[in-house]
Write a protein that binds this ligand. Structure first.
Ligand code: BGC
Length: 434
């Protein structure tokens, strides 16, 4: 967290003056202290950014905010993908203790907005010409009911496959374009004693891999039927069974035992060269860079086989909650800062995501970001909302599907047919409860 401005006033200067001057100065400084203390406003920001790169990216915004005399008061609920953060947010709101700002992704933004709990940011958006500045898809995401209620920060690509360039060079491997090629590479590496894939058994991480598999087996319309429409017919389709089977088959190539570890630990295994590849949202790129690994030298990124034409996206946004004491002016300033060109460039470079802007500063983007930006800018037909990262459906559906998927992943005795049957039943229930 940034040091509040009021803490920067040094008292050592008093030594140079005699007592009389000192007392006059004391009063002056006290007044200055009091006025600067009252000028510094705090915004409590609830988020789940706890890794090295996530902290560093947040520092960019916090430092800029401090120039406006506003303190970023971190309310950190660590846990990748925000499961715990969303629970804490709900309980704080119920207790009448909503933070002024919260990291929110996806349709839940519309839910909070329709309860009248989010500040209207139309004026900031109009002032900053967000309608012209932002990707059209982003501009529509941040206006769930026709009014701007969140400030967008960056776009992550979830169907990213990271590969260790040294291992790939050593074995003269080509990037896998399909699953047969992946299996060929994995077999070869296995013979050399190198596991192909880092993977955690943490539920959201299993699901992060699985959503790419569904996309890979079937394309966007089918993916939408599964994760957005929750169509029981899609769950009964052979392509869903294939995705389940693929998930099970991939276990063969993962580091054993498959532990329930934080995403940063799986990323660390990859960084250490203990495995050749990692499927993870490109926040992992931010982390690898933060640890000193260089894109295209130490590692590269491509897409999960069969998903290259798609951008499985996850948009990070900041929502401003209505609070007892009005913080609107500070919240508006934060929203404006989040979308400003310089913060967009600096924040996203560190975070691993791409700016939400139609014309960002390309000069500082690495090859992963450029590929991500180029694909995303192709528009709606290639943009697919990430299920695991809350972009595709409501929280109940998401949690139920992730839980079921996790049980299947952990239980090799359960047949794919049986699991598919269970999913069809679940889809029927989720549909009815809509
Ligand atoms: C968030 C990212 C975050 C990642 C890991 C995703 O759901 O959108 O900003 O870095 O989770 O915690």
């Amino acid at each position: 967290m940034q040091t509040p401005i009021r803490k920067l006033i040094s008292l050592n200067t008093f030594d140079k003056f005699n007592c009389k001057v000192m007392s006059v100065l004391m009063i002056g400084l006290l007044l200055l202290y009091m006025s600067s203390a009252s000028a510094v406003e705090s915004l409590r920001v609830l988020n789940w950014w706890s890794s090295t790169s996530e902290h560093a990216a947040v520092d960019v915004i916090a430092a800029r905010l401090l120039r406006e005399n506003i303190d970023w008061d971190e309310v950190l609920i660590p846990n990748g993908s925000g499961v715990a953060a969303m629970i804490v947010l709900k309980s704080r709101v119920i207790a009448g203790e909503a933070p002024e700002v919260a990291q929110l992704n996806g349709p839940i933004i519309g839910d909070w907005a329709s309860m009248g709990l989010l500040q209207n940011l139309d004026a900031v958006a109009e002032d900053g010409q967000w309608d012209k500045l932002l990707f059209p898809a982003i501009y529509s995401w941040i206006r769930p009911h026709g009014h701007v209620v969140v400030a967008p920060l960056g776009i992550h690509r979830v169907n990213t496959l990271f590969y260790n360039t040294k291992i790939f060079d050593r074995f003269k491997l080509e990037l896998p374009q399909n699953w047969d090629e992946f299996v060929h590479i994995a077999t070869l590496l296995q013979q050399a004693g190198i596991p192909a894939l880092a993977q955690s058994s943490e539920p959201w991480q299993v699901s992060t891999l699985f959503e790419s598999l569904v996309l890979s087996e079937s394309g966007a319309p089918f993916y939408m039927d599964i994760f957005v429409n929750k169509d029981p017919k899609a769950y009964a389709d052979a392509r869903f069974a294939e995705a389940l089977q693929r998930l099970r088959t991939l276990k063969k190539w993962m580091v054993k035992p498959i532990r329930e570890q934080n995403w940063t630990e799986a990323t660390r295994q990859f960084a250490n060269g203990e495995v050749a590849m990692l499927v993870m949202g490109d926040w992992a790129k931010g982390e690898l860079n933060a640890w000193g690994l260089v894109t295209d030298t130490d590692f590269g990124c491509t897409t999960v086989p069969g998903t290259g034409n798609y951008h499985l996206f996850d948009i990070d946004t900041l929502a401003m909650f209505v609070s007892k004491n009005s913080h609107l002016s500070a919240q508006q300033k934060l929203a404006g800062i989040a979308v400003s060109t310089k913060v967009q460039s600096d924040y996203n470079e560190i975070k691993g995501s791409i700016p939400v802007l139609r014309t960002p500063d390309f000069s500082i983007m690495d090859s992963c970001s450029r590929a991500s930006w180029t694909t995303f800018s192709r528009g709606a037909s290639v943009q697919v909302p990430s299920f695991s990262h809350r972009m595709a459906t409501d929280e109940t559906s998401r949690d139920t599907i992730i839980k079921e998927l996790h049980q299947f992943f952990m239980n090799d005795v359960m047949s794919v047919e049986e699991e598919q049957h269970r999913f069809v039943l679940i889809a029927n229930i989720l549909r009815k409860s809509k």
